[in-house]
Design a protein around this ligand. Sequence first.
Ligand code: GTP
Ligand code: MG
Length: 200
Amino acid sequence: MIVKTAEFITSAVKPSQYPESLLPEVAFAGRSNVGKSSLINTLVNRKRLVKTSSTPGRTQLLNFFSVNDRLSLVDLPGYGYAKVPAAVRRKWGPMIETYLKGRETLKSVVLILDLRRTPGIEEKNFIDWLKLYQRTPIFVLTKADKLSKTKQKKQQVIIGETLRVNLAELILFSSKTRQGKEQVWASIERTVCNEQNEGI
Ligand code: GTP
Ligand code: MG
């Protein structure tokens, strides 16, 4: 994927604020602090297009970006981080749910998981819920740079068994080393092009 332009479009909380877009859209979901915003920056070859932070809960709105004026990317707030105030968390659930349920241009959801962590009930529920809405996620296992190659493989197997997902569908990724970047793009392009029958 050759990224020529990548720009911020808008932030939104509710559907009336979503950009009126005809572009196919891909959303990025996962736990707070897992590396969603970093993944988007890596995909579009930019350091700070999307704000990242070591403080969990940095992304609090739905943030829309466009790539090459052909594709729309949406950075979602993270779920399930205990340190985020309960009042904030209560607002995020419905905000993300409304978006994932109703956004017609949404073609694909990239689910980002920390490679070092065995997925728990929250992840399983989220995946089941996505399936209910016919949205099978693209799985990205991030922060791979923090593990040796041998440990990466081991964790990939554990996560595959836990989620009952084929290893081939679990992309090992790092926004530090850019490992897996082209694989993520290839998966995104496949889901988007399946519907469009043309390139991005
Ligand atoms: P919220 O918006 O708070 O939900 O977080 P997020 O999922 O967008 O995470 P973000 O991209 O802001 O990254 C969180 C922290 O993890 C930052 O300190 C990043 O530098 C770090 N990080 C993200 N991806 C990687 C990675 O692949 N490797 C390493 N070593 N650190 C990473
Ligand atoms: Mg973020």
